[in-house]
Design a protein around this ligand. Structure first.
Ligand code: KPL
Length: 301
């Protein structure tokens, strides 16, 4: 299999690294990361220990062929990613494992075959060329466009052979909502407190905030037609926080590096759903505003 991973930050490098055990993988990533990987390989430490040697490039322009394209950019870059990957729209299967609710639809406007996926592995970008697999999570995928069950089983097998436990989702849209709810709980609280995920479950006031945020988000999901109780949403978020206890959530990593966060694709999407359905979501509204403020704080002097 020729696998192209587009936007290889922490998560994309993790999947690209493990997939390169059995496949010919090309990572499209930032120059400093590409240079470091070319020099000494991609080092994965923590729950997975591996030095991988995928091909690396900063642009997909020179990549001749891809059978599977893994879109791993931040959610706010999905639109641009789809445009620059147009060349692979007919012949390759595209899969998204990104945070946020809208990525599969954005990709489906361009690609012929799309698999939608979710993952709750915790991965930290340590430095160019090095990432830490900080927490083992679940990965699930399901057909989204132009794909039947057998094709998805084929993609699942590629991930399984690379050592990533992966389940076929019976309802990928519901799983996307569940993951967005988990992210809406964990990511802003981690970014605002600068704590690793585990503390969000072990400090009672933060666990209570997590529970309240996920309950609001679950109410929106129910209004959109997905059977997700407040309790199952909170329990899942707490479970993911515990299982990835040593990870710094991706939104915290973004804030620490002074980068734009995925607040719009996660909490923003939930707030837009609440507005559509005439629901109030004050806790989500609050953390949305605070994370927006944090982003502003490193843009202004
Ligand atoms: O998806 C994640 C993220 O950090 O974006 C979780 C599952 C919360 C792991 O940290």
């Amino acid at each position: 299999m020729r696998v192209l991973v587009f936007g290889a930050g922490a998560m994309g490098s993790f999947f690209g690294g493990v997939l390169s055990r059995r496949n010919r993988v090309t990572l499209v990533c930032r120059k400093d990361h590409a240079d470091a990987i070319r020099r000494s390989g991609l080092r994965i430490t923590g729950k997975t220990s591996l030095v991988a040697h995928p091909d690396v490039t900063t642009t997909p322009a020179g990549v001749k062929r891809a059978d599977l394209v893994v879109i791993a950019t931040k959610a706010y870059d999905t639109e641009a990613a789809a445009k620059s990957l147009r060349r692979f729209a007919r012949n390759a299967t595209w899969i998204t494992l990104q945070n946020g609710l809208d990525n599969p639809d954005i990709l489906a406007r361009v690609a012929k075959r799309v698999v939608a996926g979710v993952t709750s592995h915790g991965v930290t970008f340590l430095r160019p060329g090095e990432i830490r697999h900080a927490g083992i999570g679940e990965t699930a995928m399901g057909p989204y466009k132009g794909i039947d069950e057998d094709d998805v089983i084929g993609v699942r097998d590629i991930f399984e052979e690379a050592g990533v436990r992966t389940r076929i989702s019976q309802d990928i849209r519901r799983d996307l909502w569940l993951k967005a709810i988990v992210n809406a709980g964990i990511n802003p609280l981690a970014a605002l407190t600068r704590l690793r995920n585990g503390y969000l479950a072990s400090i009672p006031t933060l666990a209570a905030a997590l529970t309240a945020i996920t309950a609001e988000a679950a109410a929106v999901a129910r209004a959109e037609g997905f059977d997700i109780t407040d309790r199952s949403a909170a329990e899942l978020a707490l479970r993911v926080a515990r299982r990835t206890r040593d990870n710094r959530a991706s939104m915290l990593q973004d804030v620490e590096r002074g980068r734009q966060t995925e607040i719009e694709a996660i909490t923003g999407a939930i707030l837009r759903g609440a507005e559509r359905r005439g629901l109030r979501a004050p806790m989500n509204n609050l953390v949305y505003g605070l994370v927006r403020g944090l982003e502003r704080s490193y843009q202004v002097e």
